[in-house]
Ligand binder design. Structure first.
Ligand code: NAD
Length: 491
């Protein structure tokens, strides 16, 4: 199947195409446009032309269109979920319950936000006051990664459009399919031509051209820290507004007193889910697990039991918890960390290999798919690559700690700071630690509970800026202060 760019409300072809592979079978299944400067220039021009009319619509009119896009996503739920799975490797069940509904929610949420938005005003004296207009910025450049393709792309498109900008979006070259489906939905929903344009292709070509383009004053990027740094280097001298959502190496911290609330099995189940959901390919996955020493043996036994029971198999099967990794390149990267653990004599508690049996009720040949077992490596030195670098796959480390001070220091001893999760029944410990952990989000007795009203982003190498209701408003608009005086000033 071949997909097209979506520029000015029309489908547009390119001279060359990238072959995108289905990671379950290792077979090519999608031809993705290989766009460059010309396609980006055409898309930016379309977005620029559409901007004056789009920004002039009443908020209510924009909100109605966003709601219709959400309805269109819901109506095609299974088509989206199937494609997301074929592109990315995630179980169809996960895409159906999480990725696609959350993508629809992104549109509904920002439609609601602009219906209820208020600006503020400040009286100066009886005849004078100031008020703030929040104005859209122009053509937003939106660049997204492959792990939660539609969900993260719509997390950018929805607020950009809601607040009156037009946009050019560039999804990951590995997972472009659902963005193309979204374009169909946007067309059906009556989004005016040129308001949202999709340009597919490689990051160093289409992505770079978008960041460099002089008519794109704002870039919202989600992806790896190395790419984020490169984008910052390109954007900074051009004085572009920039939001960077980058990598993570998130700690999960388990105290023994969590047993006052959960059974050991419940704790193990929750921690396993937060480590291995979506094959561990979520920037928020807990990849460094720290367990209180007095509870370590009991917990690690339960965790290993839980993880060994996770089914790795055909992502089209409802029973599969994990599918394949996204690509052969990524499998090679993740495998290199497992090899490093083996080469340095580290203790692998479970996993560490390709699964020997891959259950599939569809009868598909999965022998060339990019599967790997969920893997736990124990007692890894803090200086190890495994403890320091983002693997972004189903490989986690398990360590023990004695005290709060020690585990806070360990948790913070990374260049990343995206999220942390903490399991404890002690209120004072929970809030005390939340204050000390260096992270954009701290979950207490939970994980990946998202509230779109809250700021989302990371500290340190995990990013720059925040998105979320008010933060997205601030990012996707510029405030203008208008000072009004009625009549002549009395002497
Ligand atoms: P990546 O950085 O390789 O690519 C992300 C996007 O950037 C892709 O669309 C790619 O084509 C594009 N790109 C690459 N080079 C570019 C350039 N020079 N200019 C412009 N665009 C360019 O990341 P990835 O491998 O797709 O995604 C995995 C990474 O994303 C992980 O590090 C993960 O932690 C991170 N991530 C972060 C969050 C978050 O919210 N903080 C969420 C999801 C993923």
């Amino acid at each position: 199947m071949r997909i097209s760019n979506f520029i000015g409300g029309e489908w547009a072809s390119t001279a060359e195409y990238i072959s995108s592979v289905n990671p379950s079978t290792g077979e090519p299944y999608l031809e993705v446009p290989r766009s460059g400067e010309n396609e980006v220039a055409a898309a930016v021009q379309a977005a620029k032309s559409a901007f004056p009319a789009w920004r002039s619509l009443r908020a209510e009119e924009r909100a109605d269109i966003l709601d219709r896009i959400a309805d269109g996503i819901d109506a095609r739920l299974s088509e989206f979920a199937q494609m997301e799975s074929d592109d990315q490797g995630k179980p169809v069940s996960l895409a159906t319950s999480l990725d696609i509904p959350r993508a629809a929610l992104n549109f509904r949420f920002f439609a609601g936000a602009i219906r209820h938005e208020l600006s503020h005003a400040a009286p100066i004296d009886a005849r004078t006051f100031s008020y703030v207009r929040r104005e859209p910025i122009g053509v937003a450049g939106l660049i997204s990664p492959w792990n939660l393709p539609l969900y993260l792309l719509t997390w950018k498109i929805a607020p950009a459009l809601a607040y009156g900008n037009t946009c050019v979006a560039k999804p990951s070259e590995w997972t472009s399919g659902t963005a193309w489906l979204l374009a169909k939905v946007m067309k059906e929903a009556g989004l005016p031509a040129g308001v949202c344009n999709l340009v597919f292709g490689y990051g160093h070509e289409a992505g770079q051209a978008l960041v460099e383009h002089e008519d794109v004053p704002l870039i919202s990027f989600t992806g790896g820290t190395v790419t984020g740094r490169k984008i910052a280097e390109t954007a900074a001298p051009r004085l572009k507004k920039l939001s960077l959502e980058l990598g993570g190496k998130n700690p999960t911290i388990v105290f023994k007193d969590a047993l006052e609330m959960f059974s050991v099995q419940e704790l193990a189940k929750n921690v396993a889910r937060s480590a291995f959901l979506n094959q561990g390919e979520i920037c928020l996955c807990g990849s460094r697990l720290y367990v209180e020493e007095t509870f370590y043996d009991e917990f690690s036994e339960a965790l290993v039991r839980e993880v060994k029971a996770l089914t790795v198999g055909d992502p089209r099967d409802a029973s599969s918890f994990m599918g394949p990794l996204v690509s052969s390149e990524h499998l090679a990267k993740v495998s290199s960390y497992i090899q490093h653990a083996k080469d340095t004599g580290l203790k692998i508690l479970c996993g560490g290999e390709r699964p020997t049996a891959l259950p599939s009720s569809t009868g598909r040949d999965l022998s060339k798919g990019y599967f790997v077992q969920p893997t736990i490596v124990a007692d890894v030195p803090e200086s190890s690559r495994l403890q320091k670098e983002e693997v972004f796959g189903p490989v986690v480390t398990l360590s023990r700690f004695k005290s709060e001070d020690e585990v806070v220091a360990l948790a913070n001893s990374t260049r990343y700071g995206l999220s942390a999760s903490l399991w404890t029944n002690s209120l004072s410990r929970a809030h005390g630690m939340a204050a000390r952990l260096e992270a954009g989000t701290v979950w207490i007795n939970g994980w990946m509970i998202r509230d779109l009203r809250m700021p989302f982003g990371g500290v340190k190498d995990s990013g720059l800026g925040r998105e979320g209701q008010m933060d997205s408003l601030h990012f996707f608009t510029e405030p203008k202060t208008v000072c009004v005086r009625f009549g002549r000033q009395e002497k």
